[in-house]
Design a protein around this ligand. Structure first.
Ligand SMILES: NC(=O)c1ccc[n+]([C@@H]2O[C@H](COP(=O)([O-])OP(=O)(O)OC[C@H]3O[C@@H](n4cnc5c(N)ncnc54)[C@H](OP(=O)(O)O)[C@@H]3O)[C@@H](O)[C@H]2O)c1
Length: 440
């Protein structure tokens, strides 16, 4: 059990209440942390009570003792990331709090804010001695990391000037989801799968990341980024890379990151359709006449020996008919020696949300006939007795344990932005009805 000081930069934002405070609470409840201080920072963070209260409804059934510990250990500091004097105030506050709670100075700085602040905050933390303690300091950066290749390179350069890659955790919370971190286990522990996952047997791979909700008041952020930078550059490419990577030497750490980077290096956009849901322009803080896409369906080529010629199709969007995150592998049709052959492929599907699990569609003979019938073999993650842990909790625990396996490395970030930078900015954006399947 560790003793940690959590510093959340951007504490009044949506992410903190929805995910970060609940994740810290879970770590206390599950006895992964025995002692902590939690310091929330933003320009308007004058008091911690309303911030903690806003998170309460995202906790579910509460363990009163763990909740009390969070409340007793939480502090706020109203500061501006651009103001150097404020970092001195923060340094003093952290020292005082760590003394009061008898903490060793193990600090997690969590950047729950936009990437335009990453370089300034990081250099200011270093300059003002905030990461020099008797314990360790680790920095966690939310996605998106940058807004194009040049900005991502620039941020990487600036933060690596003052910190080592081993202290840097670029988070993509999809990598904390059980079924995503489990893709490598599925692929490389099942003999019946891996030999088939290549261009000899696979027809296409579909990665789906659709949501029923719209931008939920986050126009300020979303209108600048849109679906490609918000979802495809990070979650989409991580799912693609985990599906297409070669077997890593070990299912851990740098080995997985090496293999993912190899895939991203060989990935190119072939074709893309963009859409925007009807009514998007009326959302708060969206620019008049904005062409920001809320939907994209894109075909990528993965030009590795194993996957050359197999389309990887990524679909992502908001305000669509269904909420679904999944990877479907469509196999080629089998050589058929009967009269009524299957016209649809065998599929292997990894369901990331909702109803986490995997399924395999195969054909069997209908009893008493000469016909075939498709059947589904299905596994639901819920069959395990243990609850599936929340992604943010898993990843923050990894930060505490200094395990970077499921965080994104510098080269992966830059390679994925390189693919995105090649998308022309003047493509047509088709309007689609809310609740539909997207543009025709
Ligand atoms: N929301 C989600 O579910 C979600 C999911 C995945 C990833 N993310 C990522 O997480 C990050 C944060 O998301 P969010 O939705 O929480 O964003 P948000 O609601 O826009 O919050 C941004 C935070 O930064 C603070 N801030 C902005 N400029 C500041 C400055 N100059 N000085 C000090 N504080 C400043 C804001 O507070 P003040 O205005 O009070 O200063 C606020 O607390 C984003 O990069 C987002 O992409 C969010």
């Amino acid at each position: 059990m560790e003793q940690v000081t959590f510093i959340i930069l951007g504490v009044t934002g949506d992410l903190t209440k929805r995910k970060l405070i609940p994740a810290i609470y879970q770590l206390i409840k599950n006895k992964k942390i025995k002692n902590l201080a939690f310091v929330g920072i933003s320009r308007s963070a004058t008091s911690i009570e309303p911030i903690i209260a806003a998170a309460e409804k995202f906790i579910g059934q509460k363990d009163e003792q763990s909740w009390k510990l969070i409340k007793q250990s939480s502090y706020a500091l109203a500061m501006n990331f651009d103001n150097q004097e404020d970092y001195q105030k923060l340094a003093l506050l952290l020292k005082t709090i760590e003394q009061k709670h008898e903490l060793p100075g193990n600090r997690i700085f969590y950047f729950a804010t936009l990437p335009e602040h990453f370089s300034t905050i990081t250099t200011s933390l270093s300059k003002n001695g905030l990461t020099t303690t008797n314990g360790w300091s680790r920095l966690v950066y939310e996605k998106p990391f940058g807004w194009d290749l040049a900005s991502a390179k620039n941020i990487n350069k600036k933060i690596l000037n003052v910190f080592d890659e081993k202290d840097i955790y670029r988070i993509d919370h999809y990598l904390g989801k059980e079924l995503v971190s489990g893709i490598a286990f599925l692929r490389f522990t099942n003999r019946i799968l891996e030999p088939l996952l290549n261009n000899k047997h696979v027809d296409s791979v579909e990665i789906t990341m659709t949501e029923k909700i719209g931008i939920e008041g986050r126009g300020n952020y979303y209108d600048k980024y849109g679906v490609i930078k918000d979802i495809i550059q990070n979650h989409g490419f991580q799912l693609l890379a985990l599906t297409a990577m070669e077997a890593p030497l070990k299912l851990a750490g740098g080995h997985i990151r090496d293999q993912k980077a190899r895939v991203l290096k060989k990935t190119r956009l072939a074709e893309i359709t963009l859409g925007q849901y009807k009514g998007y322009l009326n959302e708060p803080n969206v620019a008049p006449g904005s062409r920001t896409p809320t939907y994209a369906r894109a075909r990528f080529e993965v030009n590795t020996k194993a996957w050359k010629g197999v389309p990887f199709i990524i679909t992502a969007g908001k305000n669509l008919a269904a909420k679904e995150t999944s990877i479907t592998i469509n196999f080629k049709l089998a050589e058929c020696r009967i009269q009524s052959c299957p016209t649809e492929p065998n599929t292997f599907k990894i369901r990331i949300q909702p109803d986490e699990g995997v399924s395999l569609n195969i054909y069997t003979k209908k009893p008493g006939t000469q016909e075939i019938s498709p059947v589904e073999m299905n596994f639901s993650q819920g069959r395990f007795e243990a609850n599936t842990p929340e992604a943010y909790g898993t990843l923050i625990e990894d930060v505490i344990r200094a395990d970077q396996s499921f965080f994104v490395r510098e080269d992966e970030i830059e390679l994925s932005w390189k693919i995105i930078d090649n998308i022309p900015s003047d493509l047509p954006v088709v309007i689609y009805a809310q609740g539909s399947k997207g543009p025709p």
